[in-house]
Design a protein around this ligand. Structure first.
Ligand code: NAD
Length: 490
């Protein structure tokens, strides 16, 4: 390379490598657009090398480990992350520009937990067995054994990169698989850093591999089309999921998909008002609205509608923009200028479709050193019909539309009238209503008087176009293992 900028390398077979082609792409800071470094641009050769290394590792020392040894190794990985906690936080801050407290309280600790929880789970997996009668009266014993699925392709997004990648790598490795990760091109740093931890704690080469690069006709697509890949777990946009599913169909490769959302927040008049305002504020604006589980459609029962809108507006107008470590800063930029342009196009569409802009709607005035960053204001709209683009389509930005409602039946119908079905957050003190609503909304996860709270042993995934399959706890075994039946005539 002709400059001295740092290179984020692939991690293949235990080695940090540049791209086979020597090609790189630029990584810029979302905070101020400065050029942070170059990233290896993966091509077919890199994906090949990573998949081949992963296949070899399946049958090497990793494949021969006892469950206890594997469990100990996953605990060592978690401890290794914790030991280098500050480096993971700094790498994620630099890639995403998000506030330090979100990354250090939610995202990086969950990365370490993702290894521990699945290590502990795998030790206690029960086996299924049936004793049957045979026609000759001798009988037979059937039992099922779980084997690793093989080489898992992990394709992850940029919005909570370390958490979302390890959420897949943790269970995949716990079940004895090997992985090839293609992190988002926007957030390459923590995946490569994790390679250092893997080497430091003695994970055999080839078990965990990382190939950086782009999606279509690039590293992402090459991975999903590779014959040596046995299953693909993907988190990202529904449209990308469609492309990956087509690619996976070629080799009858299994898929597990966590896709987009256009989630409803439902606030009843009997809620604890301040808690509901804070809860909806977090769900709509945390991580600058770049959370798949975030709320972009808010329905508020009419008696408290005006008060609620005013309170949420005040909360939005109190955000403090800044760099991750700045004192008091609690609101970061979007991931990139490309995403900023997309979000701002929706801000313009909302106005064109007749929205009342309660707050925001544009780019905040920033000090000179941050003026080139991908900043947008938190934005609230009212007054749009459900057919408006900003009410129907996932924007993945810090914005929501708020609409009043008058009855439970109507709000259930409104919440369900969308192609996505990821999550809902419901705010009410009426327990019976909470249970009724939770059963009626067509989503994979419902929160009552809370949001983003989750026991990692529970099933996670989306309904409708928000996903295929469930991961989390024992549910992850469905995707990451092959269940084989053995029948022994007695
Ligand atoms: P994206 O779909 O654009 O990209 C995700 C990953 O897929 C990236 O690594 C990208 O390089 C890769 N990719 C893109 N095209 C590909 C192709 N044709 N073949 C193979 N790989 C390809 O998503 P994003 O913009 O990074 O993330 C935001 C999206 O992710 C939102 O829609 C959000 O709702 C969703 N998301 C969902 C969940 C969930 O759990 N359901 C969690 C986080 C994010």
């Amino acid at each position: 390379m002709s400059d001295c900028l740092p290179l984020t390398s692939h991690f293949i077979d235990g080695q940090f490598l540049p791209a086979h082609s020597g090609r790189t792409f630029d990584k810029r800071s979302p905070l101020d657009n400065h050029l942070m470094g170059r990233v290896a641009e993966g091509g077919r050769e890199d994906v090949d090398a990573a998949v081949n290394a992963a296949r070899r590792a399946l049958h090497g020392p990793w494949g021969r480990m006892t469950v206890d040894q594997r469990v100990a190794m996953l605990h060592a990985v978690a401890d290794g992350i914790t030991k280098r906690f500050d480096e993971f936080v700094a790498a994620e801050e630099a890639d995403t520009g998000q506030p330090r407290h979100v990354i250090s309280h939610a995202f990086v600790p969950r990365g370490a937990a993702n290894f521990k929880i699945f290590a502990d789970l795998i030790k206690n997996v029960p086996a299924e067995s049936f004793q049957m009668d045979t026609p000759d009266g001798a009988g037979a014993l059937n039992y099922a054994i779980r084997k690793p699925k093989g080489v898992i392709g992990v394709i992850s997004p940029w919005n909570a990169p370390f958490l979302l990648m390890t959420w897949k790598v943790g269970p995949a490795m716990a079940c004895g698989n090997t992985v090839v990760v293609k992190p988002s091109e926007e957030t390459p740093a923590t995946a490569t850093l994790l390679g250092e931890v893997m080497n430091a704690v003695g994970v055999p080469p080839g078990v965990y591999n990382v190939v950086h690069g782009h999606g279509p006709d690039a590293a992402g697509e090459f991975l999903t089309r590779h014959d040596g890949v046995d299953g693909i777990t993907f988190t990202g946009e529904t449209r990308t999921g469609t492309a990956i599913m087509k690619a996976a169909a070629e080799g009858i490769r299994d898929v597990s998909f966590e896709l987009g959302g256009k989630n409803a927040g439902i606030v009843f008049a009997d809620c604890r008002f301040d808690d509901a305002v804070e809860g909806i504020f977090r769900s709509a604006f945390m991580n600058t609205g770049q959370v798949c589980l975030g709320t972009e459609r808010v329905y508020v029962e009419r008696p408290i509608f005006d008060r609620f809108v005013a309170a949420l507006k005040a909360r939005c107008e109190a955000v403090r923009y800044g760099r991750p470590g700045d004192a008091g800063a609690n609101y970061g930029p979007l991931i990139s200028h490309e995403h900023q342009a997309k979000v701002l196009s929706y801000y313009a569409k909302a106005v064109a479709e007749g929205a009342t802009v309660v707050t925001g709607g544009g780019v905040p005035a920033m000090p000179r050193d941050l003026a080139e960053g991908a900043w947008v204001q938190p934005t609230i709209w009212t007054g749009l019909p459900e057919t408006a683009a900003v009410v129907r389509e996932e924007i993945f930005g810090p914005c929501c539309h708020i609409r009043p409602f008058d009855s439970e039946e109507v709000v259930v119908a409104l919440a369900n009238a969308n192609r996505y079905g990821l999550s809902t957050t419901i705010w009410t003190e009426n327990l019976r209503r909470a249970h009724r609503m939770a059963a009626a909304v067509e989503v994979g996860i419902t929160w009552v008087n809370s949001w983003f709270l989750r026991d990692l042993r529970t099933p996670f995934g989306g309904s409708k176009q928000s996903g295929i399959g469930r991961e989390g706890g024992a549910h992850s075994l469905e995707f990451y293992t092959e269940l084989r039946n053995v029948c022994i005539k007695l």
